[in-house]
Design a protein around this ligand. Structure first.
Ligand code: AHR
Length: 520
């Protein structure tokens, strides 16, 4: 009996230990609700919000997209097949090129004609490496055709002339008999490409010439005048906009550039702490909180740029083009500091999910955005190592959010609790909803809470819905990421946790997760 007594005591002791352990690891959850008005959508989310930016920087072009025709990596005319296939799955709508800072020292004529005869240059901005110009206008436009993406070319204002830019447009878009079109034909392309998106300089307040806003506005008027339309193709010209919180730049350009001369005004805003960028994968919760806080502050600042644009252009004719955005960390240890090669973790996916939800919500003004920089640079979707390629958590967000492309934004009200640290509170949830052409509703949601689930109720108004399905992207840790040895650590899976009854959806969003629901 005594013996049994000891066993029973030990059993109770261990049971209580287990109970304590379970109690300590039980995930707390907080409530939230969303109301979606499924019959009141009027604005279209341009697919170009899901655009990309790729520069001659590090291994974005060379060793990224471009491996050359003789490479053992499977390619089509020198362009990697695996990258093209992967990006097509995201529905990549456009690609901005050749920079960035590189654009304002790029002379396009160096990048046409037989490759062996092209001159070299030093890429002074990015690592001081030799640029052999083997990837030029024809190669870039071939890449866009393979991707099924609209090209967005950024012309050189900083060190190029009006004539040089004017001739580039003529070379690309004219079907006439003139020296530029003839040269293009001699170089193997008969028909013009009819490129639409055309940037007039990049960061001309900085690497693009250190100009004042007033001076750039005048220059813009000159360069844009001679960037002509050919045939029925209309150039959609984009003025080089502000960096971060330079509201004066936006104000001056909106005031001094006639609005009919610019389709869009750009803005660059990175989620970065310039004083200490930090590691992409080695960070603590405080760093995570600061990153999400910065990301949401970017939204506040963009709202101020939008307010300025609204004052000068209440009809919203000029598009805001956020043509560089994303996270910026220290380069991976041992890599060239000028190459901006960084890993990409679940934390980056959260920034992508939040930013894209925000861009959707402002789609009446934001008509294009371009994440920097797609392959091997900054917040990439794809990393390569020789023949190997992996998809980052950010890639998966773009692929999951594809359902919003050109869909109708649905008005949405969100109530949620806060994720707080040291007196600062951030909304735990971000969400965006749209309806596609078939009447299917999609809702993308981000739970930024690192340790708390969200008990979500979604009230769908203005329609009858009986079916819900979903996909989820999450990870055990915020620094979880894919490596060449383990490329599928973070990837989306189907999510069966959402239930629908009488147009009400209920689900529990796990901590640090991104969910996209499909509702019919
Ligand atoms: O994306 C890297 C650099 O950031 C771009 O070249 C420049 O436009 C920006 O400052």
């Amino acid at each position: 009996m005594k013996h049994y007594g000891v066993i029973t005591t030990l059993f109770l002791f261990f049971t209580s230990l287990v109970t304590v352990t379970v109690a300590q690891t039980r995930v707390e959850s907080v409530p939230a609700n969303i109301i979606v008005s499924t019959d009141l959508g009027t604005k279209i989310i341009s697919r170009h919000i899901y655009g990309h930016f790729s520069e001659h920087l590090g291994h974005c072009i060379y060793g990224g997209y471009w491996v050359g025709e003789t490479s053992s990596v499977p390619n089509t005319r020198g362009i990697r097949n695996d990258i093209v296939e992967a990006l097509k799955k995201t529905g990549i709508p456009n690609l901005r090129w050749p920079g960035g800072c590189f654009a304002d020292e790029y002379h396009w004529m160096d990048g046409i004609g037989p490759r062996e005869k092209r001159p070299t240059m030093i890429n002074t901005h990015w690592g001081g490496v030799t640029e052999d110009n083997s990837f030029g206008t024809h190669e870039f436009l071939d890449l866009c055709e393979q991707l099924g993406a609209e090209p967005y070319i950024c012309g050189n204002v900083g060190s190029g002339s009006v004539e040089e830019m004017s001739k580039w447009v003529e070379y690309i878009n004219s079907d006439g008999i003139n020296p530029m079109s003839d040269m293009r034909r001699e170089n193997g392309r008969d028909k013009p490409w009819n490129v639409k998106f055309w940037g007039v300089g990049n960061e001309n307040w900085g690497c693009g010439g250190h100009m004042t806003a007033a001076y750039y506005s005048d220059q813009y008027r000159r360069y844009a005048t001679y960037a002509r339309n050919y045939g029925s193709n209309r150039l959609l010209k984009i003025a080089g906009g502000a960096g971060a919180s330079d509201f004066d730049w936006t104000e001056t350009l909106m005031r001094d550039i006639p609005h009919h001369m610019m389709w869009g005004l750009s803005l660059h805003y990175y989620t970065v702490n310039w004083e200490d960028k930090g590691s992409a994968t080695s960070f603590v919760e405080r760093d995570y909180f600061e990153t999400i806080s910065r990301c949401l502050n970017v939204e506040n600042a963009i709202d101020r740029h939008i307010d300025i644009m609204d004052r000068y252009d209440p009809e919203k004719r000029v598009a805001l083009v956020v043509d560089e955005w994303g996270t910026w960390w220290n380069v991976e240890p041992g890599t060239n500091p000028g190459f901006l090669f960084q890993q990409n973790a679940m934390r980056d996916a959260m920034v992508a999910g939040l930013s894209l939800n925000y861009f959707n919500e402002r789609c009446d003004r934001i008509k294009m955005a371009n994440i920097a920089q797609t392959v091997n640079v900054l917040q990439s979707l794809i990393l390569t190592d020789g023949e190997k390629m992996l998809l980052t958590p950010t890639y998966h967000v773009f692929e999951m959010y594809r359902i919003h492309h050109d869909a109708t934004l649905l008005p949405l009200t969100l109530n949620c609790s806060s994720y707080a640290m040291d007196g600062t509170e951030l909304p735990s949830v971000s969400a965006s909803a749209s309806m596609d052409k078939e009447g299917v509703v999609h809702i993308s949601m981000v739970n930024i809470e690192p340790a708390r689930n969200v008990r979500m109720l979604i009230d769908l108004r203005g329609g009858d819905f009986t079916h819900v399905a979903g996909r989820i992207l999450t990870a055990h840790e915020l620094n979880a990421h894919n490596t060449f040895g383990s490329p599928e650590e973070v990837k989306p899976v189907s999510f069966g946790g959402a239930k629908i009854s009488k147009n009400m959806i209920s689900l529990e969003m796990p901590a640090k997760s991104i969910i996209v629901l499909e509702v019919k």
